[in-house]
Design a protein around this ligand. Structure first.
Ligand SMILES: C[S@@+](CC[C@H](N)C(=O)[O-])C[C@H]1O[C@@H](n2cnc3c(N)ncnc32)[C@H](O)[C@@H]1O
Length: 290
């Protein structure tokens, strides 16, 4: 009788996060460096301080922090100047790397084994995800499914910054994705340089996020964008007399005249950030505004 009863009785589903799941993804090289993501942290602090400062209990997730937990711990230190209670979760798919982080865990800093299906616990929510130098080691076809998977955990209005840098973080490029009702909106493609290597738009081509790096070919928007940026650099090259930062800002203005939506605020350009807004919805990228 009891068996029959159990069989027919529809058990309420368990909380999906309570089910132990195999981390989604693959173990990749764990190379990282101290302060590598400093300018990614600074970017977020300047771009949307309220996202970090908000005093709810939602997590900031650093997915794929690498062989050592430097970047997660440094982010915790920087963001907690604004929000001392901010909870930070470092996620790694490789158990020894989780073990390397655990001695630094405390009541606000967590290190857990997991993958794109984030290891968050019932009741936890996520305000933002940073995942840097992770998807570059995957195939291009794996990028969208990974993004979609991560979208499940992020609060409406939350952000994901997913990008690639050189080994020191002196130059990087990142997708900035906003969680909207239907999934992610590609809010911007962000480029950063500290100018230590000079300035050449070509340099960014080598550190593009995975969804773009193989697409700098004729017929692709990203190809047109780099052609326009290189032309803009040639056209504004006399500005080099005033320094690399002036030249960089000049190229941003020239891109804008060509119809690209570039954030022209000095606070970005003077510090080496070029923010191309709505990169997927540019209506007439070749257009030169008069
Ligand atoms: C090159 S390290 C990047 C470290 C750090 N984010 C940085 O930029 O310096 C990439 C790390 O991502 C981890 N990883 C790869 N896929 C992952 C996934 N699906 N979930 C969690 N970690 C992942 C790898 O194990 C590796 O340690």
């Amino acid at each position: 009788m009891l068996r029959l009863y159990c069989y027919n009785f529809r058990m309420p589903p368990k909380h999906p996060l309570a089910i132990p799941r195999k981390p989604q993804g693959i173990v990749t090289r764990g190379k990282t460096a101290r302060n590598r993501l400093r300018q990614v942290d600074n970017f977020l602090l300047l771009y949307e301080p309220s996202l970090i400062a908000r005093r709810d209990s939602s997590l900031f997730v650093d997915l794929g922090y690498g062989a050592e937990a430097f970047t997660t711990l440094e982010t915790a230190m920087r963001f907690r100047k604004l929000n001392p209670d901010l909870k930070i979760l470092g996620v790694e798919i490789e158990p020894e790397r989780v073990a390397a982080g655990l001695p630094f865990a405390d009541e606000r800093t967590f290190f857990r084994l997991g993958g794109f299906n984030l290891p968050i616990e019932p009741g936890e929510t996520v305000r933002a995800i940073r995942t840097f130098n992770v998807l570059r080691q995957y195939n291009e076809a794996e990028v969208l499914p990974a993004w979609e998977q991560m979208a499940h955990y992020v609060q409406p209005g939350g952000l994901m910054i997913e990008g690639t840098s050189n080994p020191t973080g002196a130059i990087w490029a990142a997708n900035l994705l906003r969680r909207v009702e239907t999934g992610w909106h590609k809010e911007a493609l962000v480029f950063f340089t500290n100018f230590h290597q000079g300035f050449d738009p070509l340099e960014f081509q080598t550190i593009l996020p995975k969804n773009y790096i193989h697409r700098v070919t004729p017929g692709e928007k990203i190809f047109d964008f780099f052609s326009a940026w290189k032309a803009a650099a040639a056209e504004t090259s006399p500005l080099q007399t005033w320094g690399l930062r002036q030249w960089f800002a000049g190229t941003a203005e020239a891109l804008s005249r060509r119809g690209y939506t570039i954030n022209l605020r000095r606070k970005w350009l003077s510090k080496g950030w070029l923010i191309w807004e709505n990169p997927e919805t540019e209506p007439h990228p070749g257009l030169v505004k008069v």
